[in-house]
Design a protein around this ligand. Structure first.
Ligand code: 5AD
Ligand code: FES
Length: 361
């Protein structure tokens, strides 16, 4: 038996094992993907669940050094989608049996924004009679706000930690309270306290990041026991301060390959969580999301933002699907999934099994 096979058959994996998994090449990499597929089939099955993604607004009060919609990027036109368009998108998701939507936006915590989201949630709840699952991805908020949104009908929340290494986090964010690492960590607990299923994630292939950092990220995600994961490769944006920064992972292909290994490793370590095949994977490889699903992801987030706004939600360069309308995306979902032997769980929420099991305890 090779060393690597021994690692994959261990009950509990340590940091060195995880580093070996992230460095796996050739036959070892094939074994890694085979193992994660086996676990996915056993724990999740071949069903993929959909989350129709509504990019509600690109107005953001924060200034993350990697993000194209950061406050200081004056080249970026800003938009808010009208209530009518949000509700139309929700109806689109309902009619197309998506089961769930995600509302994502730049971060704002002013009163007008908070109440706007609350009223939209209530409207969406009414339209679908509570049948449409709702995930929010609206940044760091107070417990009171998280509770308000939870009570208005949302039940999952995504807040990426971006990197679990404080030093690295500090290098990719401005040094002020709005971007404090400690506050972000605390927010993850606050989200949980409000009742949400908790999703987080990291960027892969960041400037100043090492394989060891990523192994620590995996251990961190396991330790905080998340229900859902959304991770993707870092992709530069020319109008951000991190553009051109030194990077161990020079090419996009390297970052993509590493992202696949992160997905596989996390599936092996966290068997029953939901893992999203994120858009950034598709930005590098047109079949990036399908490959991630083969390697252990089980959630797909088709973009259902009204077409005219899509070009403006540019977190990074070459973001895909900007010119497509949702109808085009929709017709190809089944074909794309059947290509990799997966089926779509239409009209189902597809909640994290990890969360539902724990609730039953
Ligand atoms: N490359 C890849 N992902 C990015 N995000 C923001 N900017 C980039 C980038 N340049 C991700 C962050 C954020 C999510 C909404 O998008 O992880 O949490
Ligand atoms: Fe908007 Fe980071 S730039 S949250």
């Amino acid at each position: 038996m090779s060393n690597f096979k021994d690692i994959l058959s261990k009950e509990s994996l340590n940091k060195q094992d995880i580093i070996a998994m992230l460095n796996a090449e050739g036959d070892d990499k094939t074994l890694l993907f085979k193992k994660s597929r086996e676990i996915t089939d056993e724990q999740i099955g071949n069903k993929v669940h959909l989350r129709g993604l509504i990019e509600y607004s690109n107005v953001c009060v924060k200034d993350c050094f990697y993000c194209g919609i950061r406050k200081s990027n004056k080249k970026q036109d800003r938009y808010n989608i009208s209530d009518k368009e949000v509700l139309e998108s929700a109806i689109y998701a309902l009619e197309n049996k998506y089961g769930s939507i995600v509302i994502q936006a730049g971060e704002r915590s002013d009163k007008a924004f908070i109440s706007k989201i609350t009223s939209l949630l209530k409207e969406i709840h009414k339209i679908g009679n509570g049948t449409l699952g709702i995930t929010l991805s609206l940044g760091e908020q107070t417990l009171e706000t998280y509770k308000e949104w939870f009570n208005a009908g949302a039940h999952r929340y995504l807040l990426r930690i971006e990197s679990s290494n404080k030093e690295l986090y500090t290098k990719i964010h401005p040094n002020n309270t709005l971007h404090s690492f400690e506050n972000r960590l605390e927010s993850l607990q606050t989200i949980r306290k409000a009742g949400f299923q908790l999703g987080t994630g990291v960027m892969i292939g960041l400037p100043h990041q090492t394989i060891e950092n990523l192994a620590d990220d995996i251990l961190f995600l396991k330790a905080i026991d998340v229900d859902m994961l959304g991770m993707g490769p870092y992709i530069e944006h020319a109008d951000t301060p991190l553009f051109g920064a030194e990077n161990l992972f020079k090419t996009r292909q390297e970052r993509l390959a590493l992202a696949f290994k992160m997905v596989a490793s996390l599936r092996i370590l966290m068997k029953d969580i939901n893992i999203a095949a994120t858009t950034a994977l598709q930005a590098i490889d047109p079949l990036g999301r399908e490959k991630a699903i083969k390697y252990g992801a089980n959630i797909l987030m088709p973009n259902i933002t009204p077409g005219s706004f899509r070009n403006n939600y540019k977190l990074y360069e070459d973001k895909p699907c900007t010119d497509e309308n949702p109808i085009d995306c929709n017709t190809c979902i089944d074909v794309r999934m059947s290509m990799i032997g997966s089926t779509v769980g239409y009209n189902e929420w597809g909640d994290s099994k990890h969360f539902t099991k724990q609730k039953q305890l």
